[in-house]
Design a protein around this ligand. Structure first.
Ligand code: MG
Length: 157
C-alpha cells in the first residue's frame, strides 16, 4: 500500500468556465489555467503520482507544452492512471476537499463523483469529494481562486 497527497490552486476570473471535478458548473467566474484549470483533478493527479513516486503533474504535463493548451483535465487524469497502472498499482480510495467560496458545490458532488469514477474506471464508493468555504478568508474567500487537496491510497496489483 502507498499513500499520496496532492494540492492545487487556480485563479478564478470573469467569463471563463468553472471546471471542477470533470464538470462545468454555471458561475460568472471560472478557472484560469493552461489546461481547463480543473483544480480538483490536478490535485488527484498529483496524489496519484505522489503515491507511485512518479513526480508531479508539471513534470508530465508542462504548461510550456502548446499541445496541452485548454486540454480537458480528464485526459490528463487518464494518462496519470496509465502511469500508475504501468507501475503496478490500483486505486484503493481517494479522498478530496475543494475550497471554494462560491458557488456552493454540494449539489454538484454526486455528478463529479460519477464523472471521475468513470474516468478512472473505479466505483463511486472509492472516491470521496468534500467541499468547504474558507469563511471568506484569504484568496479563496475573496473569490480570487479555488484550491483542492487530495489523498490517494494505492495497492500493488
Ligand atoms: Mg493545476
Amino acid at each position: 500500500m502507498r499513500i499520496g497527497f496532492g494540492y492545487d490552486v487556480h485563479q478564478l476570473v470573469e467569463g471563463t468556465p468553472l471546471t471542477l471535478g470533470g464538470i462545468v458548473i454555471a458561475h460568472h467566474r471560472g478557472t484560469l489555467g493552461h489546461s481547463d484549470g480543473d483544480t480538483l483533478i490536478h490535485a488527484i493527479c498529483d496524489a496519484l503520482l505522489g503515491a507511485a513516486n512518479l513526480g508531479d503533474i508539471g513534470l508530465h504535463f508542462p504548461d510550456s507544452d502548446p499541445s496541452l493548451k485548454g486540454i480537458d483535465s480528464k485526459i490528463l487524469l487518464k494518462k496519470v492512471l496509465q502511469l500508475t497502472t504501468q507501475k503496478g498499482y490500483a486505486i484503493v480510495n481517494i479522498d478530496a476537499t475543494v475550497c471554494l467560496q462560491q458557488p456552493m458545490l454540494r449539489p454538484h458532488i454526486p455528478q463529479m463523483k460519477e464523472v471521475l469514477a468513470k474516468t478512472m474506471l473505479i466505483t463511486t464508493d472509492k472516491i470521496s469529494i468534500k467541499a468547504t468555504t474558507t469563511e471568506k478568508l484569504g484568496f479563496t474567500g475573496r473569490q480570487e481562486g479555488v484550491s483542492a487537496y487530495a489523498v490517494v491510497l494505492l495497492q500493488k496489483i
